[in-house]
Design a protein around this ligand. Sequence first.
Ligand code: SF4
Length: 335
Amino acid sequence: MTTHVGMPPVLSAEEADKAVLLAAPRGYCAGVDRAVVTVEEALGLYGAPVYVRKQIVHNKHVVSDLESRGAIFVEELDEVPAGATVVFSAHGVSPAVHAQASERGLKTIDATCPLVTKVHHEAKRFAADDYDILLIGHAGHEEVEGTAGEAPEHIQLVEGPQDVAGITVRDPKRVAWLSQTTLSVDETLETVAAIRERFPDLLDPPSDDICYATQNRQLAVKEIAPQSDLLIVVGSGNSSNSVRLVEVALEAGARASYRVDDASEIDEAWLEGVRSVSVTSGASVPEELVQGVLSFLAERGYPEARAVHSAEESLIFSLPKELRRDLKAAAAAKG
Ligand code: SF4
């Protein structure tokens, strides 16, 4: 699924004047691709409008593009007319939301990323074994709300090491941790270490909760950051993994790093005296927005970008089963 390639990104003599490094991998992950295609296919199959609870992925360009094609984004299910089709976003929903949809007779398509669903299953299993579960994540993030909703009486949120002293559990020997999929790997390790210091019998999740895409994009940034006078992250402000990339870039040695939704948000002043610029993008960002940033740089005398590969990705998720079933039925009806 993922292979570490590990090419050290050394600037060549020709690049010594000005250079642009392009992180790889960057941009769309398998879960985002699946969620966006789900809405596109639903629009094609059922016709507009198709309702989507919350932003399907955290990128304002993706959302406005789908809106222009007939998707209607709502915050809660009571905004969806009875009997309509509603897609659940890649970040996942709690069982209470599924129950509400069923009560209202809505047709649902669940585009929750399978790697988020995996964390939901872990939460249910730890809760069934009656563990207190410490969920490391950001308060108010949709993914955290969905995961916590699987076992609200067992789960408490931990935002960082600063929260650890205030944790109260029923039995210090029966404590487990889980995490949001899009956190900083290094910060999460710090938080886990602080929790383990208080609860030495702490149980780990069966496998990494921070997903492959988050880890690979952080790894790619760490490789290029030390050589970057400026590292531009393309991504929306509510995209957790994009915001983390700026933090990772600065920690890994980039002299400056900023997040932009697209090239129009780049401040010309950021380029003053800047020789090497690096570019990456969060997991919900279409590649055309990155290409827009590269064109912006080219117009200001920067050379063609050189990709720096730190990992290969080939993971693909199949579409939600409800949608596959309906697509198959429609194809059969056509003969
Ligand atoms: S960032 Fe990770 S968890 Fe989130 S949609 Fe992409 S693959 Fe899934």
